[in-house]
Design a protein around this ligand. Sequence first.
Ligand SMILES: [Zn+2]
Ligand SMILES: [Zn+2]
Ligand SMILES: [Zn+2]
Length: 167
Amino acid sequence: MPQRVETVFPDPQHDHAPCVAETLERAEKIFKNNGLSLTPLRRQVLQEVAGSHTAVGAYDILERLAQKGGRRLAPISVYRALDSLVAAGMVHRLESRNAFFACHVSHAGDRRQIVLACETCSAVAEVPGGSVFDGIGAAAAASTFKPTRTLVEVIGVCGRCQAGVPV
Ligand SMILES: [Zn+2]
Ligand SMILES: [Zn+2]
Ligand SMILES: [Zn+2]
């Protein structure tokens, strides 16, 4: 039996259905609270992104939707849906890979999350990064630099991959 690894990265064998259900439910609420609606397209796109704990590219989403729905959407509609999901905080952009991943943790509008991306299994997780962001803010301020957006992405190998646990 492989050793169990305690990590923010979910076990690859976990039942992922509740993760997707929770994400969709949270998105419904957020869009409603913002006076918007989770349109069928936004919902479909979110479902595709939330289908795993890895980051996916916009064209992969487009492909998957085309395979399922049998009809090819215009890339711009997928990008618009992604934009609205990113704005709602339900999807985050993994800048270093130009890909998107679903937010599976509720961090209630606090965007100061550190993104951990495993280069072996492609899993992505988020951890709170308040003090790191404070440090970046202080360093920027010391240079009279006014940040408009700060993001922290760490590329590496997750605990499970380090332990050689098959995924
Ligand atoms: Zn899951
Ligand atoms: Zn998040
Ligand atoms: Zn990994």
